[in-house]
Design a binder for this molecule. Sequence first.
Ligand code: HGY
Ligand code: MN
Ligand code: MN
Length: 422
Amino acid sequence: MTKTDRDTRNYSVLGHEIMTRIETLASHTEQEGEMTRTYMTAAHRGAASQIASWMSEAGMAVREDAVGNVIGRYEGTDPGSAILMTGSHFDTVRDGGKYDGPLGILLPIACVAEWNRQGKRFPFPIEVVAFCEEEGVRFKAPLLGSRAIAGSFDKSVLENVDDQGVTMREAMISAGLDPTQLDAAAMSKGDIAAYLEVHIEQGPVLLEENRGLGVVTAISGSSRFMLELQGVAGHAGTVPMASRNDTVMAGAEIALYIEKRCNESPGLVGTVGQFNVPNGAGNVIPGHAVMSIDIRAGEDSIRRSAVDDIQAEIDSICTRRGIRKSLEKTYEAASVACASWLQQSLEESMERHGCTPRRLPSGAGHDGMIIADIAPMAMLFVRCGNGGISHNPGETMSAEDAALASQVFADFVENFSATEPV
Ligand code: HGY
Ligand code: MN
Ligand code: MN
């Protein structure tokens, strides 16, 4: 059996092992039969300890930082060398998929375990980071894990409350964490030689082009808002249409304008993911409605001009309909480019394993966009099945693609040198 055949056989075993572990990790969910794992819940803590034990089985020293990131360190031979960091998040959206996040944690752990079995070490240490909170579901504050490491954690979010009125601070303390130690989690520029995140594409491009892998060029920026609409509640049967201040109809008109405006520029997307009528009733004109707005584009200028237009249209719709509004920006991040020298290295690794390189942008946000503040960042996309669907229980990928991604990831690491080629 040639080395390559052996490699391919080993990696196909690794691919299946990764998929099995993704299933095991998915059992840590808040809701039987669906994938929901939000920050600092019992399911989240269970997943953290499962990941920690896989990291230590793989020969890594494991620590948990003050925000709840689980970090496995595979020591290098040169103690002064900067870290090659990899990882992804282990929280999920509600009723989401099993692969968004965990793939980027479990694939590197499997590769480190293989190197550990072979007694193989690198000059640089490898740190696999299981980021604790990327989706921002429970406390409406995304990318907390990577912000803590990048030193951009905004402590005001500690007072954010979940649907039960629990603050983030309380949730952290009851899980045994110490929010006063958050600054100690931060790393500085220079500590990390490069950050590489392996992630499912969460879209249809690789699937439609029959490719297993792609190299990410940039992570799209996004602007997110919560819009609160105050109208006049009234009797559904007696108030004439012309005299209504109906917050759902105003919200619906706003949502349709967002759709129209975002259809005007390629790559611009707009989503109203939440639209609620608190204490609503079927026979009451809704006097109060709350909706989320998420606007993204690869180009920041395109996103910003769309946001300006949408804000102006919200004003005019609300004035015309006699609706009071409050628009709160909950999150904004500029588009972040991936380091071209790392993209180049990833392409070379892909070519060594028979993949024709394909570069593509990421419409989804990732921890890599935050770590990019303190380290050169790259992402390797892995094909999604089922039309590329994600943030949906139908999210899926194959063991073969997990094996191929492991081979390319391992090749990238085995050929990595901590300095950018001149
Ligand atoms: O919303 C996003 O783009 C990411 O999945 N959190
Ligand atoms: Mn993700
Ligand atoms: Mn996601």
